[in-house]
Write a protein that binds this ligand. Structure first.
Ligand code: HEM
Length: 259
C-alpha cells in the first residue's frame, strides 16, 4: 500500500513533466527530470524508478548534511567568519561558476560530514566466499558493516585533533595565498561509499549544499535555539538524525550583531 503510493507519486511527477514538455515543445525548464526526459529516456517505469531512487538517496542525506553543518558552524564562529568571507567575495553569478570556486565552503562541508556522516554506517552481504585485503576470510552470506561515523573520528586516520571541526585539514595554501582543496581517497573517507557502487549523486550533493549554504549565509545567520548548554543528540538510523530536529532562529546577517 505504502509502496504503491510512492510509485503513484513518482509516476505522476513523470507524467506531469512529460505533459509540460510536450506543451512547451522546448526545454525551458532546467530541472533534472526535464533533462532526463529530453535526452531520450522516455520509458515511464524506468524514469519513475530513477525519480524514486534520487528522492530516496538525495533527500535525507543532504538534509542530514546541512543540519549538522549548521550546528557545527554555530559552535565554531572562526569557521563561520572564514566561510562568510569567501561567500561574500563570490558574485551571485551562475550556480556552477559560483560554487566551483568555493573551496573553503567545500572543505567545511567535507569536514562536517566527517564528524556527522549522513549515512553513518552501511552493511553489505558477501554473495560469494571472499578474503579481505588484510586476510580476513568472509564466508558467503556474511554481513560486513563499515562504520563511517567511527572512521571519521579515528585518531589513526585524522590525527590527535580529530575532534576539532577544522576545514583547513582539507586545504593547503598555494603560492598566490589562496586555498587549494586537497581531497582524501574514498576508502579513507567513505562518506559517499567507495568502489564501483559509490554514490552517483556526490557532485550534485556538493553543488546543492554549497549553493544552499552560500544562499543562506550571505543573508542570514542560523542560530541554534536549543536550551543553553544543551547539545543535540545524534541518532544513527539509515541516515544521521538530530533528535527532535534542529530548532534555529534565522537572523538577518546585516542587522544582527556580527561574530
Ligand atoms: C550529502 C549527500 C549524500 C551522501 C552522503 C550520499 C551517500 C551515499 C552512500 C553512502 C551511498 C551508498 C549506499 C549503499 O550502497 O548502501 C549512496 C548511493 C547512491 N546515491 Fe548518494 N549520497 C548523497 C546524495 C545523493 C544525491 C543528491 C543523489 C542523487 C540526486 C544520490 C544518488 C545516489 C544513488 C543513485 C546511489 C546508488 C548508487 C549505486 O548503488 O550504484 N546521492 N549515496
Amino acid at each position: 500500500m505504502a509502496v504503491k503510493e510512492v510509485h503513484e507519486y513518482a509516476k505522476n511527477l513523470v507524467r506531469e513533466k512529460k505533459k509540460e514538455l510536450k506543451e512547451k515543445a522546448s526545454l525551458e525548464s532546467e530541472d533534472m527530470l526535464s533533462r532526463f526526459l529530453s535526452s531520450g529516456h522516455s520509458d515511464e517505469d524506468f524514469v519513475t524508478d530513477i525519480v524514486i531512487s534520487f528522492i530516496l538517496a538525495g533527500k535525507d542525506t543532504t538534509s542530514a548534511a546541512l543540519t549538522w553543518f549548521f550546528w557545527l558552524l554555530a559552535k565554531n564562529p572562526r569557521v563561520e567568519r572564514e566561510l562568510v568571507k569567501e561567500i561574500m567575495e563570490k558574485s551571485e553569478a551562475s550556480v556552477y561558476d559560483e560554487v566551483k570556486h568555493m573551496v573553503y565552503t567545500h572543505a567545511a562541508l567535507c569536514e562536517s560530514m566527517r564528524l556527522y556522516p549522513p549515512v553513518p554506517m552501511d552493511t553489505k552481504e558477501a554473495v560469494e566466499d571472499d578474503v579481505l585485503p588484510d586476510g580476513t576470510v568472509v564466508k558467503k552470506g556474511t554481513m560486513v558493516t563499515y562504520h563511517v561515523y567511527a572512521m571519521g573520528r579515528m585518531e589513526s586516520i585524522w590525527g590527535d585533533d580529530w575532534a576539532e571541526f577544522k576545514p583547513e585539514r582539507w586545504l593547503e595554501k598555494v603560492d598566490s595565498g589562496k586555498w587549494k582543496f586537497v581531497g582524501r581517497d574514498s576508502f579513507t573517507y567513505p562518506v559517499f561509499q567507495a568502489g564501483p557502487r559509490m554514490c552517483l549523486g556526490k557532485e550534485m550533493a556538493f553543488m546543492q549544499t554549497q549553493r544552499l549554504v552560500a544562499g543562506i549565509m550571505r543573508r542570514f545567520r542560523v542560530v541554534p535555539a536549543l536550551a543553553p548548554g544543551v547539545d543535540p543528540h545524534f541518532i544513527s538510523f539509515l541516515s544521521s538524525r538530530m533528535e527532535g530536529g534542529f530548532p534555529v532562529k534565522i537572523l538577518h546577517r546585516e542587522t544582527s550583531h556580527s561574530n
